[in-house]
Ligand binder design. Structure first.
Ligand SMILES: NC(=O)c1ccc[n+]([C@@H]2O[C@H](COP(=O)([O-])OP(=O)(O)OC[C@H]3O[C@@H](n4cnc5c(N)ncnc54)[C@H](O)[C@@H]3O)[C@@H](O)[C@H]2O)c1
Length: 269
């Protein structure tokens, strides 16, 4: 915790990064000083940044001055930027949790953070109750299940197209029942929530995942059910997109803002 302004570097210039930049304009304690993008996009991103966040510079690598890094880009950015930053001792937050379905990457992150004497924070993103799940794990979990439901067209471009005719189904249709490791591999666009629930709870090889195409719903629904020594819980989340950017889940952006706020606030929750 610091009383000074915290200089934050964002990795990525997509939907989540832009929403964070817009919401942190003129923040009293947090300043996004740099946005890391691919080298060929620097000029274009810089022009966009002038409109959203004055004083913020597009760069191709995390600068030496970064006090905190927030990744909102994807798997390759974790290798290229997060790991070197951790090795230099810069704490990092990650939203692309689906990338951590790759165990080698989890080990590489852990090694880099240990080497730098810092920590990597896995953000809860679009799903809730990660605090309850990770706490419950300390006394032992018996089972954790994750069910992801989307309207049929939300599964377009995925292996679901080989399971059923997405434009013709009239009943909720199970696309996959598998352990989280296989589910993340087959449905990478659904991997963020499955991986987050797994990492907080029973791991990728013991978390049961069910994916459903449901023509009776209009929004994405995440359900998590956990049983263990602590008792049990059932969570149902119906996340909304950001009003100004339907491509981004509102809660993922808010979870990133909460993470950043907690770095400078005298009380964290
Ligand atoms: N944890 C969650 O619940 C959750 C929810 C939604 C999205 N996500 C993840 O957050 C990430 C960002 O999502 P988004 O909606 O903003 O995506 P997006 O596609 O709008 O933006 C990603 C941006 O990152 C940039 N990028 C990719 N690799 C890069 C690299 N190596 N170096 C620099 N820039 C790079 C791309 O050019 C792109 O502009 C994705 O990985 C997505 O899967 C996580």
């Amino acid at each position: 915790m610091t009383n000074c302004t915290l200089n934050v570097t964002l990795i990525g210039d997509g939907a989540i990064a832009k929403a964070i930049l817009e919401r942190l304009t003129n923040h009293a304690k947090l300043r996004i000083t740099h946005v890391v993008v691919r080298a060929e996009k620097i000029a274009m991103t810089q022009a966009e940044l002038e409109k959203i966040s004055k004083g913020c510079t597009a760069v191709s690598h995390v600068p030496e001055s970064a006090a905190l890094v927030l990744e909102c880009a994807g798997h390759s950015a974790i290798h290229e930027h997060v790991i070197p930053a951790l090795e230099r001792g810069v704490p990092c937050g990650i939203v692309s949790i689906g990338a951590l379905s790759d165990e080698a990457l989890v080990e590489a992150l852990s090694r880099a953070a240990s080497q730098g004497g810092t920590q990597v924070h896995l953000l809860s993103g679009a799903i809730g109750a990660i605090d309850a799940l990770a706490s419950a794990k300390l006394a032992g979990l018996d089972s954790v299940t994750y069910t992801g439901r989307k309207p049929p067209l939300g599964w377009k471009g995925s292996p679901a197209e080989d399971v059923c005719d997405l434009s013709a189904i009239t009943q909720p249709t199970i696309l996959l029942r598998a352990k989280a490791r296989e589910a993340s591999h087959l449905y990478p666009k659904n991997a963020n929530v499955a991986a987050t629930v797994s990492l907080a709870g029973l791991g990728l090889d013991h978390t049961e995942v069910t994916l459903i195409a449901d023509p009776t719903i209009t929004e994405n629904i995440h359900e998590v059910e956990a049983h263990g020594a602590f008792g049990s819980f059932k969570l149902e989340m119906r996340g909304k997109p950001l009003p100004d950017n339907p491509k981004t889940s509102m809660l993922t952006v808010l979870s990133a803002l909460r993470f950043l706020e907690n770095q400078t606030s005298p009380i964290t929750i």
